[in-house]
Design a binder for this molecule. Sequence first.
Ligand SMILES: N[C@@H](CCC(=O)N[C@@H](CS)C(=O)NCC(=O)O)C(=O)O
Length: 220
Amino acid sequence: MAETNVIVLDLWASSYGMRVKIALAEKGISYECRQEDFEAKSSLLLEMNPVHKMIPVLIHNGKPICESLNIVQYIDEAWNHKPSLLPYDPYKRSQARFWGDYIDKNVYNAVKRVWTGKGEEQEECKKQFIECWKILEDELGDKPYFGGEEFGYVDVALVPFTSWFYTVETNGKLSIEEECPKIVDWVKRCMLKESVAKSLPHPRQIYAFALQYKQRHGLE
Ligand SMILES: N[C@@H](CCC(=O)N[C@@H](CS)C(=O)NCC(=O)O)C(=O)O
């Protein structure tokens, strides 16, 4: 399959965009990454994702695929010469999708509420953040990765959000390592993978991005 026909519409700090970049790297697919400006979205983004007008969008041979987990599943199916990100077993596949859905419904908000929150409200958000990640930690258990021995779909779905841990810890004055040590070990394990290390920005870049965001939105 022609790899030159792969474009990702992205914003570097987006955890959703990072999922797509990790999945492409896992499959060894080279691609062109175009950064979007949310204040002036490109006509290509509006054309390729007219429903949500959001990144990430994968454009493969001119055709758009939207919604990050849908994109990860597409990548897994379109480039099936490499080991699958989703398990083959239907039950295990359903479990992986369940956790992908849990992450989508809970993690972004849990993370964002801590770094944007203040005072008592932030304390409540910190409790919810820890609750959310403890549930994930229980699911991980003593396995190296969420799916077992191999890095896979749930890891791809979740690990991008950990690039925000430094921002969460600094703004929320909490130690994720104290609360969820197995998660922190899992992050270190994932970061040893080139696909992850090259797709996640440095935590301090994210922190600077968050600071600018808070200034722009009067959240300081
Ligand atoms: N459910 C979507 C979420 C994507 C999303 O929230 N994208 C944000 C960036 S992190 C976006 O494009 N925001 C632009 C806007 O809201 O105008 C996915 O998984 O792809």
